[in-house]
Design a protein around this ligand. Structure first.
Ligand code: OGA
Ligand code: NI
Length: 320
């Protein structure tokens, strides 16, 4: 797996020194060619990350594991004799931070876990906004452009999906999470530092996103592809299951507000754009039913509202 060696790792502390230009180019190259990069020295305190990881793993044991095992039983997934293509081998719950926090309403969280996730969420929100400005700089867009587009009238949507991918006896029969591109803006992922599983599609091959202690994995969603007029792309990714080890992942989605108007930035369009313009919530309504299908027909369908039904949306999945 030589390809892993090149997976872009960006040291954000270098933005403050002599290597700023190289670091900005590394980010630009990652956005253009990978849709993903991993950041270190991002300013999130390591002890906070350790606490989030420890509490999330405890929470899984105390409040989620039984439910996951019950799900396996009810869906007949304990034996896995044939390949399963419509279920994911994952245990998840969702936290919303913006536009309005639901943290006090999520069941089965200790006060300490709630407070810790609030603190973690706020720091990730600030980091996401800083990263959006780095993207603006690389794209030649004015500072604050992306934040402003995402704002709509009520501000961005920011939420966290907390996942565990328990060990699976037959990884070849089921994915932890089936291949998809993310619908939204910028995704910040705190993944297990030992158990791997996340892979992205690069030039036709699945490439591992390597675990790296105290790093945050960044990836770009469909909205950034539209706004950058395809200069940056959302990239297909998936989670494979493992025979050994329970993989934790905490994915935070910095997305446009529901009424934000999304369209290719005019300075990035030469003639006419291939990409649609729409209200973010309309895109999400479509995405919820077709998350595991390719993105191109989604973009096509958004050009023509009557084509949406032709995509044959299946049962809606929970998404940010
Ligand atoms: C997602 C996702 C990856 C992971 O939730 O959209 O891609 O590692 N998660 O959990
Ligand atoms: Ni994803």
């Amino acid at each position: 797996m030589e390809k892993n060696i090149k997976f872009p790792v960006v040291d954000l502390s270098k933005l403050n020194g002599e290597e700023r230009d190289q670091t900005m180019s590394l980010i630009n190259d990652a956005c253009e060619n990978w849709g993903f990069f991993e950041i270190v020295n991002h300013g999130l305190p390591h002890d906070l990350m350790d606490k989030v990881e420890k509490m999330t793993k405890e929470h899984y044991k105390n409040s989620m594991e039984q439910k996951f095992n019950d799900m396996l039983k009810s869906k007949g997934l304990e034996k896995l004799e044939t390949e399963v293509e419509d279920v994911d081998w994952e245990s998840t719950f969702y936290l919303r931070h913006l536009p309005k926090s639901n943290l006090n309403d999520v069941p089965d969280m200790s006060d300490e876990y709630r407070t810790t996730m609030k603190d973690f969420g706020k720091r990730l929100e600030d980091l996401a906004e800083d990263l959006l400005d780095l993207l603006c700089e690389n794209l030649g867009l004015e500072k604050g452009y992306l934040k402003k587009v995402f704002h709509g009238t009520i501000g961005p949507t920011f939420g966290t999906k907390v996942s565990n991918y328990p060990p699976c006896p037959k990884p070849e029969m089921i994915k932890g999470l089936r291949a998809h591109t993310d619908a939204g803006g910028l995704i910040l992922l705190f993944q297990d530092d030992k158990v791997s599983g996340l892979q992205l599609l690069k030039d036709g091959d699945w490439v591992d996103v390597p675990p790296l202690n105290h790093s945050i994995v960044i990836n770009l969603g469909d909205q950034l592809e539209v706004i950058t007029n395809g200069k940056y792309k959302s990239v297909s990714h998936r989670v494979v299951t493992q025979k050994e080890g329970n993989r934790m992942s905490i994915a935070s989605f910095y997305n446009p507000g529901s009424d934000a108007e999304i369209s290719p930035a005019s300075s990035l369009v030469e003639k006419e754009s291939e990409y649609p313009s729409f209200v973010f919530d309309d895109y999400m309504k479509l995405y919820a039913g077709v998350k595991f299908q390719p993105k191109e027909p989604r973009f096509e369908a958004m050009k023509n509202a009557s084509a949406v039904t032709e995509l044959n949306p299946t049962a809606a999945v929970e998404t940010f």
